[in-house]
Design a protein around this ligand. Structure first.
Ligand code: ATP
Ligand code: MG
Ligand code: FE
Length: 339
């Protein structure tokens, strides 16, 4: 079976073709980062307009790269939420229109299920049941995955997502958008012994997260440095980036360990933009080794938003017998437990 996947929930236009025999055959991604950089965050109206400009050319590109014709396709999968409604509507209406014209079903996909299933495209792939940590720009969740499609939230952020905290830290340090990769890069030059930032909620039981207090702590530290005689120096920026990243990674690692112990699972799946963080991968590798467990990730380019994860999740939805109709319905908010 061949499924075309379309992702337009935020600031990436992603398209990919998944083949159930040979995996991802072709994919293409257009990131709007430069478009939004001068505003320091995603501007929804600009995002929608850019998806309109880029989506059809990307679909043509992927179909050409794959040497595929519309007649080779069995379905089109598109992100129906959660995300920016205007941006989602672009993907949904293009997907529905093409599906109607080509006489195939259009399947709605949950963006976070897409992230969650991306590691299953790798070899070796995790086998459900497993525990998943979803860490992205809008979500920080620990999920018990009984089987594909059966999700129980074990814990989540009560305020900011981990990726959002990276983005805000980058902004206060003048490192630009998106923050994750820039904070990680600055941290490489950081002095590990200068600051120690708090690990939020680790001494309380449970699997919830909170990153807004850490954000305030980071801002206060930044302001203290800026008020000193020399102002905010490149050393200050690197040292703060180091301490911030260390605190986030440590917190995520502690909660993942707790989730593995609580569920008795020996498989941890980590996905979403922050799963690209190399320090996180290093610390989780140490942690699971001590528990005799394994950790699985998407390949680096499929950690952040992409069409491949949507095509693959659409395929899984199709196997599960999900119905398709021609209504263009998208959702800004959509709990994964409703799937
Ligand atoms: P959601 O998936 O929750 O709707 P999103 O789609 O905006 O949110 P993703 O595309 O999965 O999020 O990930 C983007 C986030 O990942 C950003 O917050 C970015 O800063 C963060 N990120 C990307 N690379 C890294 C990295 N190397 N280290 C830390 N964070 C990173
Ligand atoms: Mg993005
Ligand atoms: Fe995402």
């Amino acid at each position: 079976m061949r499924i075309l996947g379309i992702e337009t929930s935020c600031d990436e236009t992603g398209v990919a073709l998944y083949d159930s025999d040979c995996g991802i055959v072709a994919d293409a991604l257009y990131s709007q980062i430069e478009l939004h950089a001068e505003y320091g965050g995603v501007v929804p109206e600009l995002a929608s307009r850019d998806h309109v400009r880029k989506l059809i050319p990307l679909i043509k590109e992927v179909m050409a790269k794959a040497g595929s014709q519309p007649a080779d396709l069995d379905a089109i999968a598109y992100t129906a939420g959660p995300g920016l409604v205007g941006a989602l509507m672009v993907g949904a209406s293009v997907a529905k229109s093409l599906a109607y014209a080509w006489g195939i079903p259009a399947l709605s996909v949950h963006h976070m299920e897409g992230h969650l299933l991306a590691p299953l495209l790798e070899d070796p792939a995790p086998q459900a049941p497993f525990v998943a940590l979803l860490v992205s720009g809008g979500h920080t969740q620990l999920v018990n995955v009984a089987s594909i499609g059966q999700y129980q939230i074990l814990g989540e952020s009560l305020d900011d997502a981990a990726g959002e905290a990276f983005d805000k830290t980058a902004k206060m340090l003048g490192l630009g958008y998106p923050g994750g990769p820039n904070v990680a890069k600055a941290a490489q030059q950081g002095n590990a012994s200068r600051f120690r930032f708090p690990r939020p909620m680790v001494d309380r039981p449970g699997l919830d997260f909170s990153f807004s207090g850490l954000k305030t702590f980071t801002l206060n530290t930044r302001n203290k440095c800026a008020e000193a005689d020399a102002g905010l120096t490149p050393e200050d920026v690197a040292d703060i980036a180091w301490a911030f990243q260390d605190a986030v990674v440590d917190t995520l690692t502690i909660k993942c360990k707790r989730a593995l112990k609580q569920t008795g699972s020996k498989q941890l799946v980590v996905a979403g933009g922050v799963s690209a963080n190399l320090l996180l991968r290093e610390k989780l590798a140490d942690m699971v080794a001590k528990l005799g467990a394994q950790v699985f990730y998407p390949q680096l380019r499929f950690c952040t938003d992409n069409g491949a994860m949507i095509a693959f999740a659409g395929y899984q939805r199709m196997l599960a017998g999900q119905e398709a109709d021609l209504k263009v319905k998208v959702r800004a908010r959509w709990p994964m437990t409703e799937l």
